[in-house]
Design a protein around this ligand. Structure first.
Ligand SMILES: *Cc1c(COP(=O)(O)O)cnc(C)c1O
Length: 398
């Protein structure tokens, strides 16, 4: 295609579309981070390309590894968490997976709390079955007793506090101290606290994993994850594995998470207020045997929560009295009008999900007989949620 209308340029229209001669107005500033989409990153010359140092996060190499948009998000996440470096992943589970591939190999031993996020367990079981990893699940309340489970080949200890679904709060500093003394790396799934209410690096943990899918996205419409560290060498190990596996995130998704970050703490506090109030009220109900909210004394590790956390967010579980059958609890959950049935949380909408814990655990004894329901308390009005729960509880009968 030739451009006959512009004789001042010898280049064809097609080439000029590919190489536009933009005259953009300088001095534009805004509160938002621009969306930088790129696969190719253009170098000014070959010397600049050859001088690249891959360990420098702020040197642009290739869109897969970082863009100004993704780096802005990573840096803000590191600040929130109290760390120094963050690496974005396309999901929380991908962040968990990258920790394994970066830090352990066949023949190594990994310790995982029995209440860990179930897909983490599935991932570990897969690595054990097909890739020669040795995996031991431990009682989440083991504390410094973890020392007895450490073997010469132990390379990584996972933590999760409070634990997914069952909410036990681990004595993180006690476990981290043992790990440090034995020169074993620790990684915590800190999604529950969003990095706001618990600061892993103050307690001796090496790596924090966040499912940004939750509060950081805040709208139930983005999947993303991150690993955050305070140690450059550990960050580099994670970064190398991520690069080798070809993992990156989209700048569009990063920009959506960046939009939600400024309101995250305010949302977290609102979820926390309503959830704690409803948890206290549920504790007074005769249908409920135990309320597993870390800020309430029924929850194992409540004392560690009081010591180490500054808030709780919207997640908690209840155990129903054993006189109710699983089918009755299903009816209760389905009778709720303002609580949706679905995975993930951190958005505006409340959720409820029944769990059969005994089938999910392999270490220690789960002490409750009744069915567990996990609630995520969204941003609805508390009174509406309470009357909804009241109505559904009434349908259970005595
Ligand atoms: C949701 C969640 C994850 C995984 O996040 P995805 O982005 O859904 O993969 C990991 N850990 C915890 C505790 C979670 O709640």
């Amino acid at each position: 295609m030739t451009d006959s209308s512009n004789s001042s340029s010898a280049r064809s229209l097609q080439t000029r579309i590919v190489h536009p001669d933009d005259q953009l107005s300088p001095g534009f500033d805004s509160f938002s981070v621009p969306v930088a989409r790129a696969s190719t990153v253009v170098f000014p010359n070959l010397a600049a390309m050859r001088a690249l140092v891959w360990s420098d996060d702020s040197q642009w190499r290739y869109g897969l590894h970082a863009t100004p948009t993704s780096l802005a998000l990573a840096q803000r996440l590191a600040v929130i968490e109290g760390g120094k470096h963050a690496l974005l992943q396309p999901s929380g589970l991908s962040a968990i997976s990258n920790v394994y591939f970066a830090l352990v190999k066949a023949g190594d031993h990994v310790l995982i709390p029995d209440n860990a996020y179930s897909p983490n367990r599935e991932h570990a079981d897969w690595l054990a079955a097909d890739f020669g990893l040795e995996v031991t699940y431990y009682d989440p309340m083991i504390g410094a007793g973890i020392d007895a489970l450490i073997k010469p080949n132990t390379k990584l200890i996972w933590l999760e506090a409070p634990g997914s679904v069952t909410m036990e709060v681990q004595d993180v500093p006690a476990i981290a101290k043992v790990a440090r003394a034995r020169k074993i790396l620790t990684a915590i799934d800190n999604t529950y606290s969003a990095g706001l209410a618990f600061k892993p690096f103050d307690h001796g943990v090496d790596i924090s994993v966040q499912a940004l899918t939750k509060y950081q996205s805040g709208a139930s419409d983005i999947l993303m994850g991150a690993t955050i560290t305070a140690d450059k060498a550990v960050h580099m190990q994670l970064k190398r594995a991520r690069m080798r596996m070809g993992i990156g995130v989209s700048s569009d998704d990063c920009s959506l998470v960046l939009r939600s970050l400024p309101s995250m703490q305010i949302r977290f506090e609102a979820h926390d207020r309503t959830a704690l109030s409803l948890a206290r009220w549920l504790k007074t109900r005769p249908e409920i045997a135990a309320v597993l909210h870390p800020a309430l004394p029924d929850c194992p590790g409540h004392e560690f929560f009081e010591r180490d956390f500054t808030g709780a967010g919207g997640l908690f579980s209840v155990v129903f009295d054993r006189r109710y059958s699983p089918a009755q609890i299903d009816t209760f959950v389905e009778a709720l009008e303002n609580f949706a049935i679905g995975w993930s949380w951190g958005g505006a909408n409340s959720l409820a999900m029944p769990y059969h814990i005994k089938s999910m655990r392999t270490a220690g004894v789960w002490p409750h007989e009744g069915v567990l329901v996990r609630f995520y308390i969204g941003l609805e009005d508390e009174a509406d949620l309470r009357s909804d729960l009241e109505r559904a509880l009434a349908r259970l009968g005595g």
